[in-house]
Ligand binder design. Structure first.
Ligand code: FAD
Length: 563
């Protein structure tokens, strides 16, 4: 169903089993699992899918080695297993990520865990070789028989400096271990939605629709593109609004304080030397004050982050000048001879982690685990329960969604028919396991569709095996390369607009493609894309202009990109 058909169906039949509020990864994961189990479910997202916390992550599928220090063994074990599943179920987007920790001390941090446990430590400190070794041994043990990535290694100072010539010579060791890189989280999210809708005609997802209020048996939704409102009558509401969970509960007359969010920012830099020096390794370490830092190979760019600062209003999260100075200075600490400057920054972003409200003394001590908070009963003035999904990481979204779905199914009196543990996602289905197989798929697809091998390779890198549908569509009419965007063709873009719920120009620039995040946009490109998208979406000249202005304003105001 397209957007209008979904609204029409809702007007005719406003009764639904489950309403999910929030189209970040936790709402989307739950949507997919419920859809798979035959539930009629509606997901609404006030802006674009995956544009809140889920678009601001450090792009790691990781177990969270440092959470061991807070005693969160259950979470780390679950996250390592989920990381392994992501590598297997979404191999087109999630790739093994060798991660190097430069270590500057041997014994530091040994007392952190016990002191934190007794509530004595209220200041983070740097961890030394010994404590890191212990953490990595536990980490490897959790990978167990699911050996999707190699075990960790410790390198002496001499070998480390021989391997990483620009590394700060003050190190005492390096450790190398493996996690996963989620290279295009926004694309993975949209593919999960499309999979769910393909599985179940009663699973419907709408972006640019807000939940604005509700009482008794009714919830009011507003279409943000037309301002029209719609009533729905759900049997269960799942509040998956991430950092906005308490704001969303308030719209239903529920006063909660579940979230104590912290802001985290990142910069994307264009610096060929730094990119070459790190190779395919992420550098992941703690600064002198114990805060986590990452320098991450991000296509041909480098992603650097992150901060962890308490914040009240998620809308206000922006990457500040102080954070930028901090990122530049800590990169200098690791690679002192490389001169990284503000001019190298091509994009910046900031988001709020939906962490549980907590009395922890430091932000690093706040639990990164997830939980389901249930509000129900007469005091709520609602005839359906509301489940709030508190916390949760990108890495663990599937497990969290499974727990929420089990609870929802029990509430609806249904039993689980299918699970998502080894369910492949979108373009990960049938994805070639080795380069030879990929080449064979490309050769046969090229012979069949007439699309060049070179372009098919690009399509495979972007969309996994969905490349096949896109190439077939490209071959179905006159196609040409965009003037300002030589590695995209018009029909590739039309396919995405028609199939991937694009409503605004920035949906394409920032979330369906990597153009924005990798700092590749130009003004000419924005204007040409407005024409291409507008012709499919029926925008008149005024609307095209408004979309250009909107995108330029978002790029400048949120991402520091002034065109
Ligand atoms: C800086 C940072 C770095 C991180 N790094 C990692 C990492 O490397 N690896 C990892 O696994 N995790 C990481 N995380 C954690 C992870 O990204 C988040 O925990 C996860 O994305 C939360 O998803 P969510 O669906 O709960 O929230 P969100 O993605 O914020 O989704 C909630 C959605 O609800 C919508 N909404 C709000 N109110 C309404 C309403 N009234 N009506 C309709 N819609 C509404 C919002 O627009 C939003 O899109 C990081 C997070 C941050 C911020």
């Amino acid at each position: 169903m397209n957007r209008n058909e979904i609204f029409f169906a809702l007007k005719n039949r406003p009764n639904i089993s489950v309403l999910i509020v929030g189209g970040g990864i936790n709402g989307i994961g739950t949507f997919r699992d419920l859809a798979l189990n035959g539930v009629d479910v509606l997901l609404v997202e006030k802006s674009d899918f995956c544009s809140g916390a889920s678009s601001a992550s450090s792009h790691m599928a990781h177990g969270g080695i440092r959470y061991l220090e807070n005693g969160e063994f259950r979470l780390v074990r679950e996250a390592v297993q989920e990381r392994n599943r992501l590598l297997q179920n979404a191999p087109h987007v999630v790739k093994p990520l060798p991660t190097t920790i430069p270590i500057f001390k041997r014994f530091s941090g040994l007392l952190n865990a016990p002191l934190k446990f007794f509530g004595i430590l209220d200041k983070p400190s740097e961890r030394g070789s010994l404590i890191i070794k212990l953490g990595l041994m536990i980490y490897d043990a959790y990978t167990g028989r699911q050996r999707t990535v190699p075990k960790h290694q410790f390198l002496s100072r001499k070998n480390s400096l021989a391997k990483w010539k620009q590394l700060n010579p003050d190190i005492v060791n390096t450790a190398v271990y493996y996690d996963g890189a989620i290279l295009q989280p926004e694309r993975l999210a949209i593919e999960l939605i499309l999979d769910a809708e393909a599985e179940n005609p009663n699973a419907r997802a709408l972006n640019y629709v807000s939940m604005v209020g509700g009482s008794e048996d009714t919830i009011i939704l507003r279409d943000e593109l037309t301002d029209e409102t719609y009533d729905v009558q759900p049997r269960l509401v799942i509040n998956a609004a991430g950092p906005w969970i308490d704001f969303t509960n308030r719209k239903l007359g529920l006063s909660t304080r579940f979230i104590g969010g912290t802001k985290g920012s990142h910069i994307v830099v264009e610096h060929d030397e730094l990119r070459k020096v790190i190779g395919d390794h992420e550098f992941f370490f703690e600064n002198e004050d114990g805060r986590i830092v990452l320098i991450y190979p991000f296509f041909d760019r480098v992603l650097i982050g992150t901060s962890d600062i308490p914040i009240e209003h998620p809308e206000e999260a922006r990457c500040t000048d102080e954070e930028i100075d901090y990122f530049l200075s800590l990169t200098r600490r690791i690679f002192p001879s490389l001169s990284l400057r503000r001019e190298n920054i091509v994009f910046q972003f900031s988001g709020v982690r939906p962490l549980p409200h907590s009395g922890a003394k430091t932000v690093s001590q706040i639990s990164r685990d997830h939980s389901i908070e249930v509000l129900s009963g007469d005091w709520t003035n609602l005839r359906f329960p509301v489940y709030s999904l508190v916390g949760g990481k990108w890495t663990t979204f599937r497990a969290f969604s499974e727990q929420v779905t089990d609870k929802a199914l029990a509430h609806l009196g249904l039993s689980r028919q299918k699970n998502t543990r080894s369910l492949q996602i979108g373009g990960g289905r049938g994805y070639p396991g080795e380069p030879g197989e990929m080449q064979r798929q490309i050769e046969s697809l090229s012979a069949w569709t007439g699309v060049s091998r070179e372009r098919l390779k690009t399509l495979f890198d972007r969309y996994g095996t969905r490349a096949e549908s896109i190439a077939t569509y490209m071959n179905g009419g006159t196609d040409f390369i965009l003037r300002s965007l030589p590695d995209f063709t018009l029909r590739e873009i039309i396919f995405l607009v028609q199939h991937e719920k694009i409503c605004h120009l920035d949906d394409f620039v920032l979330r369906r493609s990597m153009l924005g995040m990798l700092g590749r946009v130009t003004r000419e490109m924005i204007e040409e894309l407005a024409q291409a998208l507008g012709n499919v979406l029926g925008w008149n000249a005024e609307q095209k202009e408004a979309e250009v202005a909107r995108t330029l304003s978002i790029l400048a105001e949120r991402h520091g990109v002034r065109l």
